[in-house]
Write a protein that binds this ligand. Structure first.
Ligand code: ZN
Length: 689
């Protein structure tokens, strides 16, 4: 029997999400009903006049929004991967109400009194472990959201949160729309000189998808297309044209993010001040590993000092190599690629045939089977939002004698959506859809997803990836494992719900395996002949790894420092031009002189596409790199497929979520605090004596 068509598919948590039935007009009625349900549940919680217990207070709070979270995760996800005008309108219509509800929770006086009341009970005083941490974090979280403010202050906080949600949604829509509105179509093949076949094929396919007459090639500002042109196209004026279009995104009338960015920064600052913090960085970093804006800045400045001299040397080398008087920003990737080819006789494109997507994915599954004792298997015929999306189940086989027979407990499942579409946002990401409950005798499975914008298949070949894209897959899968291997009692502590500067450890550590010969041998196979990467080619790839490592590091440090500066150094009411402010900082980290009207900052979705996001937290990428480089040394010592080290990482980090202080989890795994030298050493920026 098929379900009745009148049932709203967003109302019930279903492990097999009926993506084939969810329509834009389900969104509003479902969210209205779920909001009502959550409000009623909140009333029951606060009007319970019996003695306060963990179960009737904190546990109920932990579960209060479970159904609403589920529905909103799905809607938000569909808006990110399969948007339509109707869906976008429906999402925009409900989002402010939902955001208002979430931010009303810590401002709800009765709820605050209930939590505070519980905290004074004997039971609360005797709590230990994760439950104790949950109570402390809940109290802190209420305070950081304004629970102790007067009525007027609370009202203002609520208004700010709603406004921030609206503004950040517009910010991200403007970036998507201004990216999509640009195209460059050529019909003369001679203009493609320098461009590798993979990029030409992609441009041909893109032109065909738009019904353009043959022969034509269509280039866009989506990453695979844009980066290929900047790296390879001989035609300098065209590189420049595309570069300028890229760094001016979201500055045109209709999509202008400049006033939006200013308003987001002002709202964030006002909120921080109201809550008694110096600035937004201090507010959001309080419960992260860095704890305060100053410490994050010091961390970045310290790495900058250790990187700068190599950075200058790399730039001098590149200039000399190019034979030009001065390099422009649109020259850098182009000449760097040539320099790398000359120094290492290594062409990234030569690797593509060895990285067919399917083989990469299967090899990655084999690696985690060995390390963590889990089997990942595709399950067909599951409803998805696009025919290219695949669905996989993760089973725990760690208890079978040889670890090879799937069929153990289902611990999680996920969707993988790897190719670009116009209805999908750029970048790569992981998200969670369902957090399974931990029972005394078993763990319910978790559900999540991973998405990317990788090189799509061509007419006569499968998707063939760059090594960078291979790392992206490993990275997102690392986040996914953090979610799917969770075993914690409280939903709020599950998987990726950890401090932002800790959350990239499980993802970034995965990238290390893509550099190891024994791991590559499992999946890097020529798509036509099945041959492994020839040893000379692999050797070249590994030697070229740290080519311009100081530039790569400086770029990330620049983003981290501009983020902190925007959130710390702009005085209230200041009329400083934010584009030049950001440009002047980023200039110190750029190998070429940036254009006067350089506007990359207004398409920087990491910082401004959600109310918090990576705002004041971009430094976390480097912070986590320090952690991952250091932690990976344990695998190097114990063997990169070591079940023993893998087991300790799974039990000590991946399964623990936020149930313990991340600094403590890290110390338990490593036996000491993180050592930043491991990162410098891995990047070739430090030679140990
Ligand atoms: Zn990540």
């Amino acid at each position: 029997m098929t379900p009745t068509t009148t049932a709203n598919p967003l109302l019930q948590i279903q492990f097999q999400i009926p993506f084939d039935q969810i329509r834009a007009d389900n969104v509003q009625p479902a969210v209205e009903e779920l909001l009502q349900g959550a409000r009623a549940e909140l009333d029951r919680l606060t009007s319970d006049h019996g003695p306060r217990t963990f179960a009737n207070t904190l546990q109920r709070l932990d579960q209060l929004t479970e159904r609403l979270d589920y529905a909103m995760q799905i809607v938000r996800h569909l808006e990110a991967v399969a948007t339509t005008p109707d869906l976008r309108a429906a999402y925009n219509a409900v989002q402010p109400k939902v955001s208002e509800f979430y931010s009303s929770l810590p401002l709800n006086e009765a709820l605050w009194q209930a939590v505070l009341g519980y905290s004074r009970t004997e039971e609360a005083r005797d709590l230990t472990g994760a439950r104790k941490r949950f109570l402390e974090k809940t109290l802190d979280n209420f305070r950081r959201h304004g629970a102790e403010l007067n009525a007027e202050g609370k009202k203002r906080i609520a208004e700010i949160d709603v406004e921030l949600t609206k503004q950040t949604i517009r910010f991200s829509e403007n970036v998507l729309d201004s990216t999509n509105q640009y195209e460059w179509v050529i019909t003369d093949e001679r203009q493609l000189a320098g461009l590798p076949e993979s990029a030409r094929a992609m441009a041909r396919a893109s032109a065909a998808s738009k019904g353009l007459a043959e022969p034509s090639w269509r280039f866009t500002l989506q990453a695979p297309s844009y980066l290929a042109v900047l790296t390879y196209l001989d035609d300098e004026p065209m590189r420049r044209k595309l570069y300028e279009a890229f760094v001016h995104r979201a500055t045109e009338d209709k999509y202008d993010n400049r006033p939006i960015m200013r308003s987001i920064l002002e709202l964030r600052r006002e909120k921080a001040r109201l809550l008694g913090y110096r600035d937004f960085a201090d507010l959001v970093l309080e419960d992260r590993m860095a704890h305060a804006g100053d410490r994050a800045r010091q961390f970045l400045e310290d790495l900058k000092n250790k990187t700068e001299s190599t950075f200058r040397k790399e730039n001098a080398d590149l200039l000399a190599f190019s034979g030009k008087k001065e390099l422009q920003p649109w020259d850098i990737a182009y000449y760097a690629e040539k320099e790398r080819a000359a120094l290492y006789d290594f062409d990234e494109e030569a690797l593509r045939p060895y990285f067919p997507l399917e083989s990469v994915v299967q090899g990655m599954f084999e690696i985690v089977r060995r390390l963590y004792g889990i089997a990942v298997l595709e399950k067909p015929d599951v409803p998805v939002w696009d025919p290219h999306v695949k669905y996989y189940e993760i089973r725990d086989v760690s208890r079978t004698p040889d670890g090879s027979r799937p069929g153990g407990d289902l611990v999680g499942a996920f969707y993988a959506d790897w190719f670009p579409r116009e209805s999908k946002r750029g970048g790569a990401w992981m998200d969670n859809l369902i957090t399974g409950e931990l029972h005394s005798d078993h763990q319910d499975p978790h559900l999540g997803l991973i998405c990317g914008n990788l090189t799509p298949p061509g007419d006569d070949r499968p998707s063939l990836l760059t090594h960078r894209e291979v790392q992206t897959i490993f990275h997102e899968f690392g986040h996914l494992l953090h979610h799917c291997l969770t075993r914690v009692e409280l939903r709020g502590f599950a998987g990726v719900n950890v401090a932002w500067d800790f959350v990239e450890l499980p993802s970034q550590i995965m990238e290390n395996w893509t550099w190891e010969r024994d791991a590559l041998d499992l999946f890097a196979r020529h798509y036509q002949t099945g041959a492994p990467i020839p040893p000379e080619l692999l050797e070249k790839m590994r030697r070229a790894r740290n080519f311009r490592a100081a530039n790569a590091q400086m770029r990330q440090l620049g983003f981290g420092l501009v983020d902190l500066a925007l959130h710390r150094d702009i005085a209230p009411g200041s009329d400083v031009d934010l584009l030049s402010f950001a440009r002047d900082i980023l200039q110190h980290f750029s190998p070429a002189k940036l254009p006067e009207d350089y506007a990359m900052i207004v398409s920087f979705t990491h910082l401004f596409a959600s109310p918090v996001g990576y705002g004041a937290g971009y430094y976390s990428y480097k912070w986590a790199e320090v952690l991952d480089a250091d932690a990976f040394t344990r695998f190097q010592e114990g063997g990169i497929f070591s079940r023993e080290v893998g087991g300790r990482f799974r039990d000590g980090i991946l399964s623990r979520g936020d149930s313990e202080d991340p600094a403590e989890l890290y110390r338990n795994f490593m036996g000491r605090d993180p050592d930043p030298n491991a990162l410098l050493e891995r990047s070739g920026l430090l030679v140990r004596q």
